[in-house]
Design a protein around this ligand. Sequence first.
Ligand SMILES: NC(=O)c1ccc[n+]([C@@H]2O[C@H](COP(=O)([O-])OP(=O)(O)OC[C@H]3O[C@@H](n4cnc5c(N)ncnc54)[C@H](OP(=O)(O)O)[C@@H]3O)[C@@H](O)[C@H]2O)c1
Length: 257
Amino acid sequence: MARVFITGSADGLGKMAAQLLVEQGHSVVLHGRNDGRGREAMKSIPGAESVVIGDLSSIRETRSVADQVNALGTFDAVIHNAGVGYRQPRRVASEDGLHDEFAVNTLAPYILTALIQKPKRLVYLSSMLHQQGDESLKDLAWKERPWQGQQAYSDTKLHDVLLAFAIARHWPDVLSNAVEPGWVATKMGGAAATDDLDQGHRTQVWLAVSDDPAAKVTGEYFYHMRRRTPNPATREVELQEKLLDACRRFSGVELLR
Ligand SMILES: NC(=O)c1ccc[n+]([C@@H]2O[C@H](COP(=O)([O-])OP(=O)(O)OC[C@H]3O[C@@H](n4cnc5c(N)ncnc54)[C@H](OP(=O)(O)O)[C@@H]3O)[C@@H](O)[C@H]2O)c1
């Protein structure tokens, strides 16, 4: 039995992953953005161990999430699942002056990775759209450019792969991988999504807990339990380091490297 923490588990793929892990007999700690969402998460997954609370668009609250997780002890795996955006019509500023997609999708996984006691495995939710992410890493807060919702989201999903691969390189004792779940009909994906929803959560669960040798790898990118070739830029060490440096500057949180 493994102990797994999943961000953004009140809905969508995070909730589905939590449900499957509980069904498989694992111990699962959920996460909701506020008390109400936390209660709803616990109600919808009765077998879950507990829930931690915090809005991941806020650096302060994300730090608190890490504290709450550490107070519960150590974990075998953390699934960085919470996400926002995809086609937001306007830039939504976070309380720290960033935009909420960067704050939730990029900076929060960085902060949580840095501050939560090292688990054995880390899984980062990316997207096929990371292939179109901006490799320059310029203007990460989207303060200098006219807003483009899909581009902003794609950028953050590129960041998630860079983060997964940077951690795989810096922490050889941890299995760190990225997942593309497919375009599936969750709140984020929308009703028009064409991929199989029932496959959307399985790869991250497999990477988090399976003893299958194919799941016990690090620094890889997966789609439906198979390796897929990520944007080649994600393999560039310099780019990975540039992202880590930017996240350190924005958050004030140092990652052990
Ligand atoms: N669905 C797709 O087609 C698709 C495709 C590629 C990648 N992905 C990725 O898969 C992951 C899960 O997406 P999903 O489709 O399951 O989306 P979803 O149904 O919208 O669920 C997202 C989860 O993240 C939580 N969340 C969002 N902003 C938050 C914040 N500021 N603080 C705390 N929690 C927050 C949400 O909380 P609430 O429920 O309270 O809003 C929800 O539990 C994301 O990383 C996404 O980028 C999804």
